[in-house]
Each structure stands twice: as C-alpha cells, then as structure tokens.
Write a new protein. Sequence first.
Length: 584
Amino acid sequence: MRCLTVVFIALTVAAWADEPAAFSFPTWQRTSSGIKMVTAQKPTSIYFRRLPEKLVIEFAGVQSRGGTPGAPKVAGISNIRWIQPDLSHVACEIGLNYRIPADQVKVTAEGVEVDLDYSWEDRIRLSPAVVWTRMERAQAGRYLLWNQLQLDPSDPAASLELGLAKDRTDSREKPTEMIRRVGALAGVNGGYFADSGGPLGVVFKGGKLVSPHVGRRPPRTTLGVMKDHSITFDQMVAKKGQLASRSGETWNDVELALGGGPRLLRRGQVALTTDEEELGPRGNDITRVTARTAVATTKDGKVMIVTASGYNDNHLQGLRLEELAGELLRRGGSEAMNLDGGASTVMAVADQVVSTGPGSPRLEKAVATTLLIKDGRAQGYPYRVQLSSSQSDLPADGSSRLRLEARVTDAAGRSVPDGVPVRFYAERLGLSKAVANTVHGSAAVEGISLASPGNAKVFADCAAARGQAEVRLTAGPAGRLWTLLQPAAAPGKYSLTVQAVDRWQNGVRNVSMTLLEKSQLTGANGQTTFEVLQAPGSPARTLTVMADGGLSANVAVPAGPALLLPTPEPSPVPSPAPDGTSIE
C-alpha cells in the first residue's frame, strides 16, 4: 500500500506543473557482488534489454538538468550512462557483460541493488547411462557456461564412438551432422585439425590407424578406449600402424584413440603438460582464456566429456587450462586431457547445439573429428519449449499481470517429467520469479506490466531448448500535457516541445495538437515540436496549446528582441569662405 501511495502523490504533484521537475541524480555504492543505486526517488520501471545486454532503470515525471554523476567501475558492468528519452523521463542504462536472472535486481527502501554474481546447475538424464549437467555461473565479472556429459562405460548398451568427418581424412563436418549420420545420442568436437581439413594428431578407429601423431611435434596426450571399455590417457606416437607411448608401451587392445593435449589431470592432481607438448608459448600456444573441450575419467570409472564457454562472441572468455583442470578436479575428475577448443568448441545433444565457442550462439564449426556417445535408450529430455501468454496486450500501468506458460516436450512430443526447471527471462517486462519447475509438462510464471509502453519479449529456457513470446504494453488515453520552451539560435525564435502523457506518465502517440492554427500529431514518445517566432519589439505573450480530449496547456513566451531604430545622421557643418563668411 505504501508504494501505491507514493506513486499517487507523485502524479498529483505533477498535475499542476507545466514542466517536469528537475531530477535529483542518485549516488552509487559498490557491493560485495555488484552495485547499488542509492536514490530517494523510486523508479517507475526496471527492465532488461538485449543485444547488447542492458538493465534500464526509468524515472518518470522528471527532467535531467545539469551534468550526470560518475559511477564506480564494477566487474561485469561495461558502462553506465544516463539518457533523457523524452520530455518527462530520465533513464539509467547499465551495460552488462552477460545476462543476469530477473531476481538478481532488487528494489529496496534505499534504491536498487544489482547482484552480478549467481550460479545454477541442472542435471538431465539422457539415458540410463548418460547424465547431462548444465551449469551457468557468473562471478567477479566472469561468466561461464559449463556443459558436461557423464557416461557409465560399464553399461553395455552405451559406448564411446569416434566420428570422422565424412569418413575421410581430408574433410570437415559439423558435429550435429556426424551425430545424425552415426546415430549417436550426443557429442563434442574432437582433436586438432588442419585448415585444409583432416586431423592433426592420432586417430585410431575400426581397428586401424587413420591418422598418425604430428611428426614435427613431441608426442601429445591421447585418449584410448580399450576393448574391455577401460579408458586411459598417455602421450602416444604411431609406429608401424600401432600406438605406443614414449616409454615404449604398446596399446595392443585399443579400440579407438583420439589425440589432443595437453594432459590436465593425473591421479587426481593437476598435471599440465603444456610446455612438454609444445602447446604453450614456444609452440601452438593455447594457454589463453578461451572456450574449452575436454574429456576426463572419475575415480569410480565414469567418463566426463565437457565444454566450457563464455558469453560473448570473442576469444577472450572461457577458461585457462589450469582453470579447466581445477573445475574437472572439483567435479570428481581423476585423469583428464584437453581437446581442441576456441572456435572449434561445440557440444550437441541430438541435433541441438548446446554449447559453442566464439561465434554465433548456435553456430557450429565444421571439424575433422568428434567424440560421441551412443545409447539407443534416450529418455524424455527437454527438446522443445512452447511459450504462450494469456494476453497479447497489457496496459502499461506498472501493475497489470498475465500468465506465461511454457510447455516442454521431448523429441517425440511427449511431456517431460515433473520437476524439470524452466528459466524465464524478459525484455521490457517484469516477472514474478525467474525459475519455475514443470508440473504435467508445463511451468508458469506471471508477467508484470511496466509503466513503459513498447513490445516486450519473454524467453523460456529449458536445457538448450528455448521458447519465445511477445506482449505489447500500451499507453492509456492522454491525460495531461508537458511543455518545454527553449530558445533557438536566432533571436526571437523558440522551439516548443509538447508531450501528451497518460495517467501513468507514458507518452501517448497520435494525439492531435494545435498551436496558432497549426496542427501536428505526437510521435511514438508522445511528443511534437512547434516553432514559435517573436517579432522584434513584440510584447511577452501567453500561447495556448490545444490537444485532443479538451486538453490544453498555456506557455509563456518572452518579449521579442528590442527594435533596432535607425541612428540620425548629424547636420553638415558649414565650411568657411576665403573671406571668413560661411557658405551655406
């Protein structure tokens, strides 16, 4: 009730003012995990915008007058800027380095708190032997998307497979195409490859050596899957069609092998072999922060195939090799190796790309090899999300609500089990909560209108599937006029801006306004501009702007510039004649 009272008082005070009040800029405070805007005035709308990611905090019935305050630098925030989108609104745009859930922004008695650190993790069973873990984490300004496929190799119905692009050694193919062709359940990109196509490193498949080690480099770490389904890692070279370690041990019972490198874990300890395998500064340096793909085994014999990627389209997000090793260790890894990464990083479940490196969020890079999981017992994992809204239009009043329902189905069109989390995000709309679990295949939240007209977008994410809906927020009828008279460059010339707003301070478009027999319609923000001329010497006057619905506003116009009167020329002085008399 207190919030409603504050808004009512603000609108009542504004009702008799010709111009919006001057805005009192807030101050900023750093917090342990974000930033806080300290302000005495409650914002009228808070919402997200995307591409690029922004958090917008709007104040209505005010004008920006004077300079804007500085803001502290905070990890995770690219910039903070103040704008005056129209005559009666001031907005703060906070540029974000990544999307944050709706519940990370809280309005308190002191202002607005933005928490940039968060973490969530979902576990989805793809089959009796395969579990997919999907984790999103933002901490200290860094974002990480972690996708992990965990396989129980002791299950005879599940297996690791090696995909070779178009079954050739001189070609490349998208991972989803290889998954479909091989009939796999899921997979990731494999080892390194040449620009011209074809693998650079060991590939052993179908009982024969398909590709040898890179001769000009030291032996690099290779994954070996033996005929008894055991998994091993070692630095391998090819000798007479067989694989042998540097110590001379031969992999006689190897079923498939895939080279990559460097080694990440050995016997439950971080054991990077970056320099040893010439993958550091003295070789093909891959030590920077970037997207990663890796494979590991756990102490209890499980296999983890993972990708780690950032948020934006660049080569500056993801993990360093030591960070990748540490994350695998925390998740139970005992032995692990790195595979090709960067722009090659891709994980796909069936035909869904769930993780990529730098590039478009759903863009796959064609690669030479893939590491695949086969299991014909795929269960009802989330494949498609259909998001619907109970209404397509809402009044932009800051309080109206609608129901948003996400129906989640598997690849066969069957409802997913109860308890599957669905994550909701909105652009230009409030949400009652950020996460809801499925019940009878559906998850629902409420959408909350803002006092800010426009087209709102809502997204519902479940695993890698996404649904989208749109809602239009509309202004009400015009209820008052704001005016602002500003002098132009020429003397006696003025620019008169008039804005028609509804009772929630939203600009109202297509309102007809008339000044001195000239009529104009308001634009999208409810504004139009008239030119006012004051002739030199004209007295001050009051003009009346008339608008639809009987609305009017009086505008005081200063007197015109002073008249410039001609200066009289002086009478000529008579010149004396030679005899001293004057000559007229």
